[in-house]
Design a protein around this ligand. Structure first.
Ligand code: AMP
Ligand code: ZN
Length: 474
């Protein structure tokens, strides 16, 4: 039996006990990337927190099936239905075809997604694979009277719903109703301000490269329809958890619920998991801002991608997180110390079952209590300090890593796999590195250089990295 698990459900606006529809089986849908640019480290924060949710559920005994889409068509430059298709704009910018751009940025996305220790979804489906499914859903919505054709486009009629703003409190509903879309150019075809496009045949941007035949003319799908259809294609009429970043709540997830539940005639998803944004000093990170900071760029700057994962784990997923290199440097030093500490552990006997049980229970309580990841990391530190043998500590490091995915044991093994070094030389190197650090602190750079030369003479090369000084024998 799976353990008790709680997290914040945006639908009920409270931390709730999670009860899947079928025993310990969890069906989960997550909105994937729009592949017109590199995914920045903010996007990757969202995917790290979803990965922690999945792995925490697995730790608690659940069996999770996860589906993710790739938005390669239909996401316009504004989340309201105006502007140019983002992937098409990317293709123009880079003088490539739309499909070349989508493939390039999908590959780049997964490179960074994997590098931070995320488990791949069970199903990944690009929107352009599912045009017949989109057309079918739109046909049914028209038949049921939830949609209308105007000016060549098909729109969802939000006035047909009793409660369109499902995620909002009464006060927020009023504010949204007044404020919605006032900031964007009005589409005069819409009957209600909140109506949204299901299928476009008319757009200001006539050179839309990807178009398909449909009962309403040659055109392309709106953005929201893809997630409803792709989810149903692989997970059926019900899902347990739907994930995304907080910016997805409105309008994207609001519209997904409107069309899915109108199509199905029943409630679609019970739990909505939203993680908050990563900001830099100038505000929210955004792909459309141009130059983006990616996990690959962090790697080029000398940071291990798992240091970025630890940076994210140190904060709660529901709080905004501010990124700075100073903060990342501190986490890099902490990560390095953790790896060294794990490298010192020896397989020195049987695992102490009582200690193992106590710590695994504490860890489960942290992650199943609305994903308290910083507490989970603290418990890892506590386990390393615990009054027990090394074998038990090693066991716990590996057990916690099923969720944290910091690869501490792997990195520790890589450390100790280095060449056998004479203990006397090793002591000398460690002492020299320490002396050089002191010299640099005292701004005595001549002395620091002299120590580097001293090491060179003994055949030791040193390198300053974000995770501290590294050395190798030459
Ligand atoms: P996109 O590729 O723009 O569709 O975004 C992919 C995912 O990243 C979505 O779930 C967004 O909610 C999320 N996201 C966008 N911006 C940020 C940010 N600054 N911090 C965290 N997540 C974000
Ligand atoms: Zn989506």
């Amino acid at each position: 039996m799976a353990a008790k698990f709680e997290f914040y459900n945006t639908l009920s606006r409270k931390v709730e006990e999670f009860v899947p529809r079928e025993g310990n089986k969890v069906s989960m849908y997550t909105c994937g990337p729009t592949v017109y640019h590199y995914a920045h480290i903010g996007n990757i924060r969202t995917y790290i927190m979803q990965d922690v949710l999945i792995k925490s559920l697995m730790y608690a005994g659940y069996d999770v099936k996860r589906v993710m889409n790739i938005t390669d068509v239909g996401h316009l430059s504004s989340d309201a239905d105006t502007g140019e298709d983002k992937v098409l704009a990317g293709a123009k910018r880079e003088h490539k075809t739309v499909m070349e751009v989508a493939k390039f940025y999908t590959d780049a996305f997964f490179k960074d997604f994997d590098a931070v220790g995320n488990k791949r979804p069970d199903v990944v489906e690009p929107a352009t694979n599912c045009i017949p499914e989109f057309i079918h859903m739109i046909e049914v919505l028209l038949e049921k009277g939830f949609a209308y054709v105007a000016g060549g486009n098909v729109y969802f009629d939000t006035s047909k719903l009793d409660d369109y703003y499902v995620f909002s409190s009464a006060v927020e509903k009023e504010q949204l109703a007044v404020g919605v879309r006032d900031d964007v150019e009005e589409d005069t075809n819409k009957k209600n301000k909140t109506d949204f496009v299901l299928w476009f045949t008319k757009s200001k941007f006539e050179d839309q490269a990807l178009k398909w035949d449909s009962p309403w003319g040659v055109g392309y799908p709106g953005w929201h329809i893809e997630c409803s259809c792709i989810s149903m294609k692989h997970l059926g009429e019900y899902i347990d958890i739907h994930c995304g970043g907080v910016d997805n709540i409105f309008p994207h997830h609001t519209n997904e619920i409107a069309q899915s539940e109108s199509f199905l005639g029943h409630k679609w998803c019970n739990y909505w998991f939203h993680s908050n944004h990563l900001n830099d000093k100038s505000g929210k990170m955004s792909k459309s801002k141009g130059a983006v900071l990616t996990v690959s760029v962090l790697k080029e700057k000398g940071y291990d991608p798992l240091v970025y994962r630890l940076f994210c784990l140190n904060s709660h997923y529901r709080k905004p997180l501010e990124f700075s290199f100073d903060a990342l440097d501190n986490v890099a030093a902490a990560y390095n110390k953790l790896v060294k500490r794990v490298a010192e552990l020896k397989e020195d006997g049987p695992v102490d079952e009582a200690v193992k049980k106590e710590f695994e229970e504490r860890f489960l309580e942290a992650v199943s209590g609305d994903l308290n990841t910083s507490m989970a990391v603290t418990i890892l530190y506590d386990a390393l300090k615990a009054d027990t043998n090394d074998a038990t500590k090693l066991y716990l490091v590996n057990s916690f890593d099923k969720v944290l995915s910091l690869d501490l044991a792997g990195h520790a093994a890589a450390l100790s796999d280095g060449p056998e070094v004479d203990p006397e030389l090793l002591a000398f190197i460690e002492d020299a590195i320490e002396r050089r650090k002191e010299a640099k602190k005292a701004k005595d750079f001549a002395k620091a250089d002299a120590i580097r030369d001293e090491l060179m003479q003994k055949g030791v090369e040193i390198k300053d990295t974000r995770e501290g000084v590294k050395w190798n024998l030459i």
